[in-house]
Each structure stands twice: as C-alpha cells, then as structure tokens.
Design a protein around this ligand. Structure first.
Ligand code: SF4
Length: 297
C-alpha cells in the first residue's frame, strides 16, 4: 500500500504529502481508528437485531461545527494501528455476529481500508460492506469502491452553498454530494434485502434536520424526490443535538422544534418519499453518540 504523497482522496484535493504531514482532514501517514464495536442505532435494516459492525476512523474532510463525533473527526482522537490489525478488527466484528461492516468516515484512509478489506475477504469476511459517509465524496472515490461497497449510507446535508460553507466549510457540498450519490445509486442499483429485512445492497440517503434550516431541508427533499423512485431509501433524522461549536451558535444551539419536524415530514410525504425511515422527534438524545473509548481497536 502506498501512502498518498499528493493526496486527492476527497474533494478538498489538498495535495498533502501524507508521508510528511496531515492534510485538511487531519489524517497523515499512520492509520488511526477510534472505535470498533456493534452499533444498534443505525436504521433497522442496518443494525438488525445483533448490531452493525461499526468502525469509526479518525479525521474527516468536512468541518461540521455541530459534529457529534468531533473528538475523532476534528480533534484527532484515535489509536494508531496497521492494516493487519484493521483486517483482524473486521474479522472480529463478523465473529461477534455483526450483520455488516460499517465504515464510518473512511475516505481519508481509503488505501489502508482497501488493503485490509482485501485481506479480510481472503480470510473469510463475507458480510456486506457499508460505507457511512457525510456525502462529500469525489466521483473517483465512489467509482473506486464499485464492487467493494454493498451499501452506501450517505448524508445529503445541504443544498444551500451558504449553509454548507458556514456550517461545514464546504461551499461546494451540494454540487459534490449530488453527483456522488447519483453515482452510488448507479453502482448498487435498487435496495435489496435478505429474508430478515437486512439491507444487502443499495443506498440510504440520510438527512439530518437542522434547527432554523427548514427551507434547506425541503430543498434536500426536493433533490431526493428528483432521483428515480425506488432507487434508494430516504432516512429523515430528527436527532440533532447541539454539540461542539454549535453549542454557542444560534440557531444551532437548540434542538429542532416540533413544528419544524412536522413541516419537514409533511413535505416528504407530499413528495412521495415514504418508503424509508423517519425518526420520531423524541429521538433527540445524546445516547445516539457512542462513547469514544477506543473500544475494539
Ligand atoms: S483526504 Fe485529507 S489529505 Fe487527502 S485530499 Fe482530502 S483533506 Fe487532503
């Protein structure tokens, strides 16, 4: 495996020589992972009864001011491991009964992850591979994962460049994300489930409703409705809880209101986006954030 010396793995294309320094995402030349455990809080078709084998990678190319995982995505929390250990982690999760391997924010480590997946598959890894992403991915990265990733669990966070610039330091977010998710859908085809209702192939498009951003949430739903019907599963999330810098930023310092939530759900229903998931508004709880105690690493 070659450590990128002029990294263009994510849309930042910051050209960092990762053998010498970290890029904009915070990742350098040593693979860092913060947690590997069974996770029960994804959509039911991902978590199932036994849990999703979730691996949280350190660093992130987005800079969301409200990130609930900011300690690992932006503050570098994690443990240095090699690809051999990552291979073992994948196999251990399968042995613990995980329904799938769920790679959370892995793109900055793509060469390491691809090598570990290849080794793990050669040693018997057979459960679906889920790629859990903020949606800010280059076409090249998505294409490179064709035939490797079975399920894309991708956010569509914003349409407005102003909002994505202000909240995630990514004014080109929608332009990049909308292209990427269409490619994901092309690659996996329509959702396929096994006899237990677990997703084996397909795309879930998640949208986390933010306080004070109802117009943009509706624009995100309009975009989803413009995609071929039945080609993906929408997942509307109401669990927003102020974290990180957002705790001091209006209007992000509060949860979404019942009125905002209802307006968003009604808009989704009006658009026919009903074959998917909608969280109850009571889901806004901090328990959704797992403890980052290096478990399983
Ligand atoms: S993955 Fe990190 S180092 Fe590579 S281009 Fe993106 S921000 Fe830069």
């Amino acid at each position: 495996m070659q450590i990128p010396t002029s990294c263009t793995l994510c849309p930042r294309r910051c050209s960092a020589d990762r053998t010498r320094r970290a890029g904009v995402c915070g990742a350098a030349g040593q693979l860092m992972v913060a947690r590997a455990a069974l996770h029960h809080w994804e959509e039911p078709c991902i978590s199932g009864s036994k849990g999703s084998g979730t691996v949280f990678f350190s660093g992130c190319s987005l800079k969301c001011c409200y990130c609930q995982n900011y300690k690992i995505s932006q503050e570098g929390l994690g443990k240095a491991i090699d690809t051999e250990r990552l291979t073992e982690i994948f196999l251990e999760l399968q042995q613990k009964g995980a329904h799938n391997i769920n790679l959370v924010t892995a793109t900055q480590w793509l060469p390491w992850v691809l090598e570990a997946l290849e080794q793990a598959k050669a040693r018997g890894l057979s459960i679906p591979i889920v790629y859990n992403t903020g949606g800010y991915e280059t076409l090249e990265t998505v294409q490179q994962l064709d035939g490797i990733v079975d399920v894309w669990l991708a956010d569509v966070k914003y349409v407005s460049p102003e909002l994505s610039a202000k909240y995630s330091a990514a004014p080109d977010y929608f332009e990049v994300c909308s292209r990427a998710v269409q490619q994901m859908i092309l690659q996996t085809g329509a959702p396929q489930f096994d006899e237990d209702g677990l997703l084996q192939k397909g795309v879930i498009l998640r949208h986390l409703a933010l306080p004070g951003a109802l117009a943009d949430s509706k624009a995100v739903l309009d975009f989803m409705a413009s995609l071929p019907a039945g080609s993906f599963l929408p997942s509307l999330m109401s669990q927003y809880t102020p974290f990180h810098k957002a705790m001091q930023m209006k209007p992000l310092d509060r949860r979404i209101s019942t009125w905002e939530y209802r307006q968003m759900v009604n808009h989704a229903i009006d658009l026919g986006l009903t074959e998917g998931y909608m969280q109850q508004k009571s889901s806004a709880k901090e328990e959704y954030t797992p403890p980052f105690d290096l478990e399983g690493v």
